[in-house]
Structures are given as C-alpha cells and as structure tokens.
Design a binder for this molecule. Sequence first.
Ligand code: ZN
Ligand code: ZN
Length: 181
Amino acid sequence: MDLLIFWDSGAPGGLGLPVSRFIGDLFSLPVQICPNPLILNGYVGSRRQTDARSVLDTLAIFRQRQEIPDPILLVCGTDLFTEGTASLFGLARPYSRVAVVSTVRLENTFYGLLENEDDLIDRLVKESAHEIGHLFSLEHCTDPECIMYAPLTLDDLDRKKRRFCPECRNLLDRAVPRAGI
Ligand SMILES: [Zn+2]
Ligand SMILES: [Zn+2]
C-alpha cells in the first residue's frame, strides 16, 4: 500500500517533498505525490470558503471510479468549512479512505505573523498525519501532544508533537500494513 497525496495548484508549492518525507516516515509507507487532477467543487462565495464535504465527495467518486486502492489526501489552498463549523484545518472520511487539508489556516500570514516555511511544513505534516490517521480508523486522542489530538486553534496544533502517542501508535501499527518495520 502507498499513500497518495494530491497537491492542488492553490496550495503553496515547493513543500511537497519535505511533507511527503515526514508522512512516509510516520506511517512507514511509500508516499506518492502528484498535482491534483480534480476540480474542487463546493465553493461558497458568500463565505469565501469551500465545503469540505463536497471536496470529499469528488475525491471519493474519483478514487472509486479509478479503482485506486490507496488512501488519498488532498492538500488545498482554499479555506474549508462544513455545515455547523466556522472553519476546518482538515476533514477525513474513513469509509471512503479520502481526506482533505487546507493550508490557509496553517500559515502565519493568516494570523498577521511573518511568513515561515518551517512552521507551515510542521503544521501541514501534523494536520495531514492526523487526517490520514483517521483513514486508518484512529479516533481522537486526549493526549495534547499526540497527532490524533483534535486541535481547535493554531496553538493546539503547535503544541502537538510530530508523533503518535504509544496508544495510537499501537492501533496504527495494527491497522497499517508494514507500519513500524
Ligand atoms: Zn480529527
Ligand atoms: Zn494518541
């Protein structure tokens, strides 16, 4: 099994390599990264946001039609929401094995701070690994430093480490083929 990452043209370029390397290490799986082949649906002009569920619908249909066996993560540069939430860092749909993360709220510039590529890579790795963790049936964790902790704010995300706690690591090793080797 590989992990498939679709990189949308709206997301910052040049980060694919470091992000996919960290993700590959965390899951002990090969990562394939390619330009997003899909048109993103679900943009709501009045909110200037995209409905993450519409994005996941498109991804799920594509994955099924193309008979892709691997989980797919889409990295996009559009702000995400779902009905009932103001915004999202990302969203996963485990039964369809597809997930999406947005870089918008992971960037310092969104909060009026100086741009920092290392910060962005760090957050993108944690958020991507969190959503991929859901694709391997992991649920939210109460350990604030674990990747599966659900971050509500950027501080929450920055407090997390780039690792799974021993309990989540155990569950992951059982769910991921070849993990931990
Ligand atoms: Zn989550
Ligand atoms: Zn955990």
